[in-house]
Design a protein around this ligand. Sequence first.
Ligand SMILES: Nc1nc2c(ncn2[C@@H]2O[C@H](COP(=O)(O)OP(=O)(O)OP(=O)(O)O)[C@@H](O)[C@H]2O)c(=O)[nH]1
Ligand SMILES: [Mg+2]
Length: 308
Amino acid sequence: MGIFDSFRKGLQKTRDFVADGINRIAANMGFFDEDMLDDLEMLLVQADVGAACSIHLMAKVRQEIKATGDASRKNVISTLHREMLAVLGQAKPLAFEKGQLNILLLVGVNGTGKTTTAGKICARYKKQGFKILLGAADTFRAAAIEQLTHWGERTDTPVIAHQEGADPAAVVFDAIAAAKSRGVDLLILDTAGRLHNKANLMNELGKIRRIIQREAPAAKVETLLVIDATTGQNAVTQAKVFTEVAEVTSLAITKLDGNAKGGVALAVAHETHTPISLAGLGEKLDDLIDFDPQAFVESLLPLHQESF
Ligand SMILES: Nc1nc2c(ncn2[C@@H]2O[C@H](COP(=O)(O)OP(=O)(O)OP(=O)(O)O)[C@@H](O)[C@H]2O)c(=O)[nH]1
Ligand SMILES: [Mg+2]
């Protein structure tokens, strides 16, 4: 399945919700009046695009109508389309190169899909011939270590792990030492997702980051924040906290398969100004695709849908 088909399938519920809403609002009229624009804004909020991003998008639509005098349904939809693309920015797939040490640190709150995404990324780069090492820096629960070990077995990748309750920074230290001595191309570090409070999170991630900087100063480090689309606006709040404290370089949005909250990707991009690199579309190893803004927006709001 191509990226476009994957998104289409995953975003079907959101797309139907948006399309039905637009048809309900605009009924048989070929244009949008002020009340209808308000209703459209509400529809975007309900599709989990988030209040701030919906207001931003509709301000752009109103500006366009004012500038051109064209309030046709076609112009409103294509303006929304264009502005959604502007919110998402350029595509920024993960880019690791063999022959040097790359470190991928996965962060995010409990249950968003960090460990699963670590396994999927591992499988992807393994296929490309990378020498990979997994580091179980989530020492909070024994089950978390087992889960990562399981992904290691499935992808035939070694895992560096300590006991439950060990210091995550110590695991990172050992994992980097092993990565260096074994000539690893990609070290993937899974972390625990506790978000007791901001200071605590900053402390824990800061310590890990200092170890990375000290022990692998030349490594290319990518910090991937994993966000669960099904948590709606909570995902946006989490994304804000993590991007403030964790030097996040890109986002992965998981569970975009089959829920009606696909709009979250726009809300998160708008709030964090951080590119979305990956989309999780299921629980299997290959259910991970590069996030393609064009394909995403076209799947959410098709420009050429008859019913629009
Ligand atoms: N449908 C769907 N399920 C997913 C996706 N990614 C992860 N999951 C599921 O979400 C659940 C949590 O995933 P984990 O990878 O354990 O999440 P985590 O962030 O590591 O969780 P903690 O270790 O508890 O912090 C599991 O049941 C996964 O199979 C996805 O893209 N789609
Ligand atoms: Mg985990």
